[in-house]
Structures are given as C-alpha cells and as structure tokens.
Write a protein that binds this ligand. Structure first.
Ligand SMILES: C[S@@+](CC[C@H](N)C(=O)[O-])C[C@H]1O[C@@H](n2cnc3c(N)ncnc32)[C@H](O)[C@@H]1O
Length: 501
C-alpha cells in the first residue's frame, strides 16, 4: 500500500525537476506541458460521477509523470483495477516508471499511436501532446491520416495537431460504454482542420460534455493556448442526444452551461458560439417573443392543497361554481400539447378548479355556509398564516387572471429529452399555477390570433424554436434542470413564422 498524498507530492517535484532540464522549444516540439494537479483532480472528480460503481481500468496514453493517474487515485480513493500508461520520451518515462513502481501501474516507454490494444479500458484520461502539424514529419502525417481514416472512416486534414490524432485513434482501446476524457486546445471547435474531430465527436461517439476554460485563464502558463475538456462515451449517440457545453469556473462547477442537440452540432460549422450566453436572433429582424407576448408566471395560490380542488372534492365540500375557476393540473399531469375545451373546462380527464372568493366571512356564513366552513377548515390548518395568504384581503381571494391561449411549463429537465420546453395550446378557459408561464398576445397580435388558424401556426412555430435557444435564454442548474423566467422567455428570439402572421 502507498500513501497517495506522498506519491503526488513526490510526483509533482519530479515533474518540475524533469521540466527544468529541458528547453522550452524542445518541450514545445514534443507537446510536453504538464497538467497542474488541481486541474487534473477537478476533471477526475467530474469523471468519477460518470463511472460505474466498481473498480475500473485506466489508460493514460501520454503519461508524462502520471498526473491523471494520481488525480484518479485521489478522486476515487483507490487504485484502478488496472492502470497502463504510455510515454514516448525516456526523459520522463524512466523516472515515471520508477516513481510508480510501488503501485500496480504499468508504464511503457513507447509511442502510443503505434500500439495495438491487447485489452480494453473503462476510462481513458489524458492531456495529449499539442504538437503542431509543422513538427510532424510528412511520413508520419501520411501514416496518421491513413490510420485515422481506417479507424474512424473520417479523413483528417494534414494541418491537424497531434492531439487530434491521439483523440481519434484512442477509442479502439476503450471498452463499450467506456469513458474518454481529454484536456485539449479549444482550436478544433473553430478551425477548418477541426472538422474531422467535430464530425468524430458528433457521429462516432456519444459526446457528453465540453467544458471551455475562460480564454483569459490559461491553464498552462507556458503553452499559451486556451483549453477545454472533452468527455465522451464509447457508444453511438441517439438521435435525441444533447451535449452539455459549459464554460467558466471549473468543469465541476461551471459558470455557465447549456445543452445543444446532436443534430445542431452535426449541422453547425463552428462550435465556439455554443458557449455564448446570448443566443443569436433566429431571424424575424432580431425581434424577440416579448415583441409579441406578455409573459407572466401563473398564479401563486399560497397553498395549492387548499386552493386547488378536483371535481370530487369541490362536490364533497359543496362549493358553488361561482367560487371555482378551471385550472390546469401540474405540468407532469398534462401529457398533451393541445388542451381541448369541454365547456371551458380542460378536457383532460381529471378536472381541477381554483377556489377563490372575495366575499367577507360574515356574508359567507349567512349565504354560503359550506364555503364558510371550508375557509374555517383552512384557518384551522393555518393556511391563512402563510406568506402569500397573510398578505391578501381576504386571505382566500386569489389573483384574478384571464386564461392564456398558450402556456409553457417553466422547468424542463433531462439532457436527453428532445424538447425541454413545450408550448401548450390552451383552448379552455383554464388558468394555471406558477408551474407554468402564461403567454398573453399583445394588442395587435392578439387581434390576429383571434383567427384560430393563425393561433395554431404560432403555437407550432413556438414549438419549432430550437431547445438550445430557449435553454440559453434561461438558466441551467445541475443535473440538467433548465428554468425559464417570464423576462427570459420574452427575451428569447422570435422566428419568421411568428413575425409573418
Ligand atoms: C501535454 S504532455 C502531458 C503529460 C501528462 N499527461 C500531463 O498531463 O501532465 C504530453 C506528453 O505526451 C508525451 N508524448 C508525445 N508523443 C507521444 C506519443 N506518440 N506516445 C506517447 N507519449 C507521447 C510527451 O512526451 C509528453 O510527456
């Protein structure tokens, strides 16, 4: 057994010692820029959350002195089931071999790109050499291009840096569903030589996350490149797959995150714009949804358990219909995208109503004793003392609202759902609770939408807005939860189909 803190301290010392013995230009040619341990550790902590709950095998194709192995051990708390590293330069490889000899790790002093796997790994993690193409000999380039083509079916440009070849040639070492994690320059997302890598990441494997560090916050002070972490799985992506693009902060706790559909990534030339916080206008002369709609949160009742009743409870408590308004059930109970009306009530099977009353209690006692009793029951439960109810007069009078023709649940979850936000056509007189945003057409537009065909076209057009446009207008929380506030939805770009009505 070894002490993991001690082994990292000694490894870090060794790295500095070995780096100091080489010139900057020699290290540049061989792409020898070591990863700081805290960065490797952050990446391994992120990856730990994606690994199966068992001992896994680990491969480091450009080992250096083994910072990723060290970070893996610290993040997971134990050695991998098997660890293998390749390092081409004996200057690093021999001391690294000696350093890791107290563990089960096997370190080979050879060129990773010319190896044939004799076993498959659950995890690959590396910071490969960034060696630029003019430091790769023409024979090597031809060999690498052929190898990439036969391995992936993709032709790679002769201008690609060595890290592109590493990434595309490594998956043959990965077990099915195995994870691959790369600290590489951001360039491939922008430049023409990166097309092959973008195609590979969007077609051949299931890309999970790209985290871009702040361009100002260079990860390797001496390498002068802006870097990103790319994490993918060895499996084909589903057509509905969505990829997380995060930026700023760290991969574990990014400053900003949005998801982008695999379809968009396949169509889209450059990927860097996916990190931007503001989506570009879709068309519509730069207009936003706020040019056509007022968006309001549905009403906050103060206590849905008291104010929202199903038909059976309303009958049981004998509440007259003048105190009841149809209301939509919570979004997860509304499976359809078009709500038909049954005499103004949503035709959804279970009928729900909002209880609200403006009359003083004394009058109710006299004229509507069952309603009076219901209110007394609520007071006995302390409903009137809640934050919202205690600020209303009388406390049982809810906000008055018109029904909105289009509503949208304000929360969307899941990185794999095709539509995170769905616009629901509400043909009933139902209002909603604050689990929804309600879209009220502005004056002139409201006139146009009196025409049912126009309303249906607008509803369809809203559902055609790419999810990433809506996601990037709103906020993204951990675990793929997305939320849209009214103002955020109003700032989302409109599209031609809406402006053309
Ligand atoms: C950017 S450094 C990273 C080292 C280490 N992974 C880290 O993160 O600190 C890349 C390493 O890959 C090594 N290397 C370059 N070409 C290689 C190859 N074809 N096969 C194996 N290692 C290679 C370099 O010598 C260098 O140590």
């Amino acid at each position: 057994m070894f002490d993991e803190t001690d082994i990292e301290l000694r490894r870090d010392e060794l790295q500095h010692f070995l780096d100091a013995q080489k010139s900057h230009s020699a290290r540049n040619e061989m792409g020898q820029f070591a990863t700081p341990f805290p960065l490797a550790y952050d990446i391994m902590r992120f990856v730990a959350g994606l690994l199966p709950n068992r001992k896994v095998s680990f491969l480091e194709p450009a080992f250096g002195t083994g910072v990723f192995l060290s970070a893996f051990i610290r993040a997971i708390g134990r050695e991998p089931a098997k660890a293998l590293g390749f390092e081409i330069d004996p200057h690093y490889c021999s001391p690294a071999k000696k350093h890791w000899s107290c563990t089960k790790a096997e370190i080979k002093c050879s060129d990773f790109l010319h190896q044939t796997p004799d076993q498959l790994f659950d995890l690959i993690a590396t910071n490969p050499p960034y060696t630029r193409h003019h430091h790769i000999s023409s024979e090597d380039k031809v060999w690498l291009q052929k190898a990439v083509l036969s391995e992936t079916g993709i032709k790679i440009s002769g201008l690609a840096g060595l890290y592109c070849h590493f990434l595309m040639l490594s998956t043959k070492w990965l077990a099915p569903d195995g994870l691959s994690c790369w600290l590489i320059p951001c360039e491939f997302m922008d430049v023409n030589y990166g097309v092959a890598v973008r195609r590979y990441l969007s077609e051949n494997v299931e890309l999970i996350r790209i985290h871009r560090f702040n361009p100002e916050d260079l990860q390797f002070a001496d390498a002068l490149v802006s870097s990103c972490v790319v994490v993918f799985r060895n499996r084909r992506p589903s057509e509905r797959h969505r990829v997380e693009f995060s930026s700023g902060g760290s991969i574990i706790s990014p400053g900003h995150m949005r998801t982008v559909s695999i379809e968009t990534l396949r169509q889209n030339g450059k990927w860097i714009p996916h990190f931007s916080k503001r989506p570009k206008a879709l068309h519509a002369g730069g207009k936003t949804l706020g040019d056509y709609f007022f968006v309001k949160r549905g009403i906050a009742t103060g206590d849905n358990g008291f104010f929202i009743l199903d038909e059976e409870s309303a009958l049981r408590h004998n509440i007259p219909s003048r105190f009841l308004r149809p209301i939509l059930p919570g979004p997860r109970y509304v499976k359809v995208d078009r709500i038909k009306s049954d005499n103004g009530i949503p035709d959804l099977g279970r009928k729900m109503f909002l209880f609200s009353c403006d009359l003083p209690k004394e009058d109710l006692r006299k004229d509507y004793p069952t309603v009076w009793q219901y209110i007394c029951d609520g007071e006995a439960r302390g409903v009137n003392e809640g934050y919202i109810c205690s600020r209303r007069t009388p406390w049982y009078s809810c906000e008055k609202r018109d029904a909105a023709p289009i509503v949208v649940p304000y929360m969307g979850r899941g990185a794999d759902g095709g539509r995170l936000f769905r616009f629901i056509l509400n043909e009933s007189d139902a209002i909603t609770t604050n689990g929804y945003l309600m879209l009220y057409p502005k004056m002139d537009f409201a006139e146009k939408l009196k025409n049912r065909t126009a309303l249906v076209s607008v509803w369809k057009a809203l559902n055609g807005i790419p999810p990433e446009t809506l996601v990037s207008s709103g906020r993204t929380y951990g675990g793929g939860l997305h939320k849209l506030e009214p103002r955020e939805l109003m700032r989302a770009p409109a599209c031609d189909a809406i402006s053309g009505i």
